[in-house]
Design a protein around this ligand. Structure first.
Ligand SMILES: Nc1ncnc2c1ncn2[C@@H]1O[C@H](COP(=O)(O)OP(=O)(O)OP(=O)(O)O)[C@@H](O)[C@H]1O
Length: 311
C-alpha cells in the first residue's frame, strides 16, 4: 500500500497578535489524486501550504510529506516535490529556456550535465517547446504560468504542490493551466492545488478539501461532496403560488419561490406524481425537473455562507 503523499495531524498556525490562520487541520491526500484545496480568500490555504513545504513553522501539529516528517526531512523530501507557491521571478529579456536553466543552476541537488536535456523535457511537458527560444517578455500570462510549472518539473516529482495556479490568468491561460494539471496527473503524479474557484475543482480535481476560517470542514472525493445533498425539484411556471401550495400539499419541504421558479426538497416522494398533480391544479408548467446539486450548493451547505464571502 502506498501511503498518502500529504498527511497533517492537528496542523495549527497562530500568527503573532493571536490570529489563528490554520486551526487543527487533519489532511490526507490520496496518492495519484488531483486534490483541490478549496476555500475563499483568507481561509488559510497559503499558510497551510507554506507549512507543508517547511517555509514556515507550525505553532503545533505535524506534517508528513511522502511519508517523511517535515520540516525535519526536508533535504530528502523536497527534491521529490515540485512547488509553485509564489510565482518565480523570471528575467523578461531572457528566453524561457534560459530562465529554466538559471533556476536549475541555483538548485544544488540538480545535475548540471543533464540540465539542458531536463529543461527540454520540462518545456515539452508544459507545451512550450516552440516558445523555448522566445523572450519571456513576449509570453502570455498562461505561458508564464506554464513556465513556472516547468521550473517545478525540472526534476522528476512524485508530488506537485500548487498555490492558486490559475490566479490572475485570463480565461485562455486558465484553460491552459487546468489542462496541464490534468495531464500531469494522468501520469501518476499527485497534484495538491489550492483554489478559491469551485469551477476549478469541478473541472480538474478528483478530491477536495473545504477550508473555511482556518478550519478543514470536509475532505472527500468531489463526487461524495455533492452526494451528501439531495436533488432539488424545480418547477418553472407563471402560476408559482398555486404550484408551491400544491407541492406543499404533496409533502415537498423547504419550498422556495423566486419569480416564476418554485423549488423544494422532494425527499423520498415519487416525483412522477408531482407533474400530474400540478396539471390537475391548473398550473401551467414551463419547466419541470430534478436538479443535481452543484458543488456550490455543497459548499454553502457546509459553511452556511456564500462562496464569495471571505471573512
Ligand atoms: N504573516 C502573517 N501574519 C499575520 N497574519 C497572517 C500572515 N499570513 C497570513 N495571515 C492571515 O492568516 C489568514 C489566512 O491567510 P492565508 O493567506 O493562509 O489564506 P488563503 O486561504 O491562502 O487566502 P489567499 O487566497 O487570500 O492567500 C488571513 O486572515 C491572513 O490575513
Amino acid at each position: 500500500m502506498t501511503s498518502a503523499p500529504v498527511v497533517t495531524h492537528g496542523l495549527t498556525k497562530r500568527f503573532h497578535g493571536g490570529q489563528v490562520a490554520v486551526d487543527a487541520v487533519d489532511l490526507e491526500v490520496p496518492a495519484g489524486s488531483v486534490f483541490g484545496f478549496l476555500g475563499p480568500n483568507g481561509s488559510g490555504k497559503t499558510t497551510t501550504i507554506r507549512m507543508l513545504l517547511g517555509l514556515i513553522a507550525p505553532t503545533s501539529g505535524a506534517v508528513e510529506l511522502l511519508g517523511e516528517p517535515m520540516p525535519k526531512a526536508h533535504l530528502r523530501v523536497l527534491p521529490r516535490v515540485g512547488a509553485l507557491v509564489e510565482g518565480p521571478a523570471f528575467y523578461p529579456f531572457w528566453t524561457g529556456q534560459a530562465n529554466l536553466l538559471r533556476f536549475d543552476a541555483a538548485d544544488r541537488t540538480a545535475d548540471p550535465k543533464t540540465r539542458k536535456a531536463r529543461a527540454g523535457e520540462a518545456l515539452e511537458r508544459v507545451g512550450l517547446s516552440n516558445a523555448a527560444g522566445k523572450k519571456v517578455r513576449a509570453y502570455s500570462l498562461g505561458m508564464r504560468q506554464r513556465l513556472a510549472i516547468a521550473v517545478a518539473l525540472m526534476q522528476r516529482r512524485e508530488l506537485l504542490v500548487l498555490d492558486e495556479p490559475t490566479n490572475g490568468l485570463d480565461p485562455q491561460g486558465t484553460r491552459e493551466v487546468r489542462h496541464l494539471i490534468k495531464e500531469l496527473a494522468s501520469d501518476g503524479t499527485t497534484v495538491f492545488t489550492s483554489t478559491h474557484l469551485l469551477a476549478e475543482v469541478e473541472q480538474v480535481c478528483t478530491h477536495a478539501a473545504v477550508m473555511s476560517r482556518g478550519k478543514l470542514l470536509r475532505q472527500s472525493t468531489v463526487e461524495d461532496l455533492r452526494a451528501g445533498l439531495r436533488p432539488r425539484l424545480v418547477v418553472r411556471t407563471p402560476d408559482a403560488g398555486t404550484a408551491a401550495e400544491t407541492l406543499q400539499g404533496l409533502g415537498v419541504t423547504d419550498l422556495k419561490t423566486s419569480g416564476d421558479t418554485v423549488e423544494g426538497d422532494p425527499g423520498e416522494l415519487p416525483v412522477e406524481k408531482f407533474a400530474a398533480a400540478l396539471v390537475a391544479a391548473d398550473v401551467r408548467i414551463h419547466g419541470f425537473g430534478l436538479e443535481r446539486p452543484s458543488l456550490e450548493d455543497a459548499f454553502v451547505a457546509l459553511t452556511g455562507e456564500g462562496f464569495d464571502v471571505a471573512e
